[in-house]
Design a protein around this ligand. Structure first.
Ligand SMILES: *Cc1c(COP(=O)(O)O)cnc(C)c1O
Length: 386
């Protein structure tokens, strides 16, 4: 863990470069030339870093190696988006008519994908209340995989990964975690009993709100299966995006640790503000999962969610009056963004479903960027006052 930043910078070097270039060149090619049929046959068996770009290539390999090293995984595979990665996981291990288990608090796209797969191929999903280990134990027998997210959106619940991992292991069901909200510098899920880690690299790994990508890391055999799915579905990224992602990943520790520190500072200030009804941040002692967060080595999270004392009206008012913080979906970028879950992640829920999920109308989620904390506070203060 202590060498995360060194690994982020140096982990996963590209092929030896005759010019000595420090940065990986972009292999902007769709195919590779071979000296002989023998060499081509070797290339087809994966002996060379490049063959045909839908299969992979040097820019993808560097990102994948870096990601695997950052998470202590055997291997990792890069996709064209986070959703391409999520879809590949289900398509690889869940067949028509089979069943998977998931905690309820997952990304809207994942929920929609599982509904789509139910309509298309009759894939069943057993939805379990997030963190309910008794219900999980009952749901697991016969399931093909278990999917969960931690920390969750937008309430920032933190799962007891070791306890869940022990249960899934006992039932022989692979545990796949969407770890987009924390990332490798803030938590190491594979060391806590998770089998595979998925991240939307569009968020913290990319970190500059300028690319789409997804990654899944874990045991080499499983990652190889995912790589075959990627090849068949053509769900790969492109060399230029992979290069941009490699560059961004070098600073993932520096960025996310700083963002987490700023988010905590804002959370503490918001917690003392009369205009704020409640603040949700797992590093605050008051958060219901604070103990779990500490026990599972979560170093922080670069988001803070809070409820406005004036309800939906006040939340909308705040969203319309911030100047520095942008009113935009997404998270993990250098620029701070704000969104109201009632209109974004949970817009498709009925009011009853939102109530059951704990998503009140007064909630505001802030993805904290790299601006100075005083400027962000001034912006929130001004918008709260307005
Ligand atoms: C954004 C996001 C995804 C989907 O990633 P895309 O890159 O947008 O396809 C999946 N899970 C979580 C938690 C996300 O925030």
């Amino acid at each position: 863990m202590s060498s995360t930043n060194t690994t982020a910078v140096h982990g996963g070097r590209g092929p030896d470069e005759p010019t000595g270039a420090v940065s990986t060149p972009i292999y902007k090619t769709s195919t590779y030339r071979f000296e002989s049929t023998e060499a081509l046959l070797e290339g087809a068996r994966g002996k060379k870093p490049g063959f045909y770009t839908r299969y992979g290539g040097p820019n993808f390999s560097v990102v994948e190696q870096k990601h695997a090293l950052l998470h202590g995984a055997q291997d990792s595979v890069l996709f064209g988006s986070g959703m391409a990665a999520v879809a590949a996981v289900f398509q690889t291990w869940a067949k028509a008519g089979e069943r998977v288990v998931a905690f309820r608090d997952v990304y809207g796209g994942t929920r929609d994908l599982l509904a789509f797969l139910h309509r298309q191929i009759g894939l069943e999903t057993t939805w379990v209340t997030t963190g309910d280990l008794v219900a999980l134990e009952i749901a697991l027998p016969g399931a093909r995989l278990f999917w969960a997210e931690s920390p969750t959106n937008p309430l920032l619940h933190v799962l007891d990964l070791p306890a869940i991992g022990a249960i899934t292991k006992r039932h022989g069901v692979p545990f796949v975690l969407d770890a987009t909200f924390a990332g490798p510098a803030l938590q190491q899920p594979l060391a806590l009993g998770v089998d595979l880690v998925m991240e939307s690299a569009t968020k913290s790994l990319g970190g500059h709100s300028d690319l789409l990508a997804g990654l899944v890391c874990g045991p080499a055999e499983r990652v190889a299966e995912l790589r075959l799915t990627r090849k068949l579905l053509g769900a790969i990224s492109d060399p230029e995006t992979a290069w941009l992602l490699e560059r961004s990943m070098k600073t993932v520790g520096a960025r996310t640790e700083r963002q987490a520190a700023t988010a905590l500072e804002l959370a503490q200030r918001l917690a003392h503000d009369k205009r704020v009804a409640r603040v949700l941040h797992p590093m605050l002692a008051k958060h219901p999962d604070h103990e779990v967060a500490k026990r599972t080595g979560l170093k922080g999270v670069g988001l803070v969610t809070f409820g406005c004392a004036g309800g939906l009206h006040a939340a909308r008012h705040l969203a319309d009056h911030v100047r520095l913080i942008a009113n935009a979906p997404s998270l993990g970028g250098v620029e701070s963004l704000l969104s109201l879950p009632v209109y974004t992640s949970h817009a498709m829920f009925t009011p009853e479903e939102r109530a059951a999920a704990g998503i009140t109308d007064d909630l505001v989620r802030v993805s904290v960027g790299l601006e100075d904390v005083e400027d962000l506070w001034k912006d929130l203060e001004h918008a709260l006052r307005a």
